[in-house]
Design a protein around this ligand. Sequence first.
Ligand code: NAI
Length: 400
Amino acid sequence: MVLGSGFGGYSLIRHLRRAALEITLVSPRNYFLFTPLLPSAVSGSVEFRSILEPVRRRQRHVRLLEAAALGVDFERRSVRCRSAVGAEEFDLAYDTLVVAIGAAVADYGVSGAARFALPLASVEDGRALRRAVLERFAGADLPGLPLAEVERRLRFVVVGGGPTGVEVAAEIQDLLRGELARSFPALAPVARVLLVEAGERLLSGFGEALSDYTRRVFQRSGIEVRTGSAVSRVEAAEIFFADGRTLRYGLAIWAGGNAPLPLVENLGLETKPDGRIVVDRYLRVPARAGVYALGDCAACGEPPLPATAQVAQQQGRYLADVLGSKREMRPFGYRRMGMLAYIGAGRALADLPHVQWSGRSAWLFWRSVYLTRLVSPANKVKVLFDWVKARLFGRDLSRF
Ligand code: NAI
């Protein structure tokens, strides 16, 4: 039984296709979401449906139960579940259990962050964020508003200068500079995207030269970057910083990093200080026979591998080999492929094992890599068409 249909769980079930196993996937979502293109769906460069893979259509060798796991009884080898539709509870027995449930968005106890700032982790988040951006423009385009209030309503503050925050800020700025500037010519020059980061530099996981380059590109395209700015509280229209400064905003977006999901805490397994489940080099959970964990919810190796899509994907594939064959297996070996990030204005970063580069050619590389990584041929064609459509006719600004 596999819990979770994210990068790890989906990669596992795809690669278990040829194994003669009875596979049950428990997930409240009946699709796999290609999260690297989620920020592009917020701006409308691609459609949400183009980056979703319906599990039932593509993975017919798997029994999908659309439910959330609530807890596991390791003695009785059963999982308590609640159905995604109807909230009915039931138990499900397993022989082998793979926990691949991902992570939640971390707010580090910052009061008001979860309530007032929008996250970007799911399709629902993406749609809400896209709608909120368009709503701010509709709400600022009213007669008689003082300029200071228009400025506040159109101040988009992204908290967190990791890859998520950078890509979201970049995509929103692209929209401001592009279609929104054409549709709201008087308002767009007033709108501002601000990226605030507690640390001293953006993208601490990338090389320093690439962080500096991102800052310069952001400066040129009009995104204001504030590093060394830890947010300590968020209220309905105002952000408070640890050093006492405040900032009034129209829309706050929270990209502060990953935290364990409540289910991981409920399992009672050994965890690292960051809350991830400790697993050995074979992705086994110690002292729990037949239980594995992988992806963002698991900590493998010392220091633990990063919580990224490519780690989860490689672990899913590795575990499929382990479970699908009787051969003696080698421990999991991670192959670092490098990281890519879109930084707006048709530019990207490529931080690869032997080379780092940035700019337009990196952007073309970014697009070609993601196009090849999208799982199904159908989605590859859809995303390609979306990019061509956006280029020819502009991104759609319908607010629904
Ligand atoms: P992250 O953990 O990489 O970045 C979060 C940032 O928010 C940190 O720089 C942190 O200092 C900052 N932060 C946290 N609390 C704050 C506060 N109160 N005030 C101001 N700043 C605050 O999280 P992210 O970007 O969501 O990424 C999560 C994981 O997924 C990472 O491992 C990342 O590498 C990976 N990822 C990779 C992508 C890519 O390679 N293109 C895209 C998206 C995620």
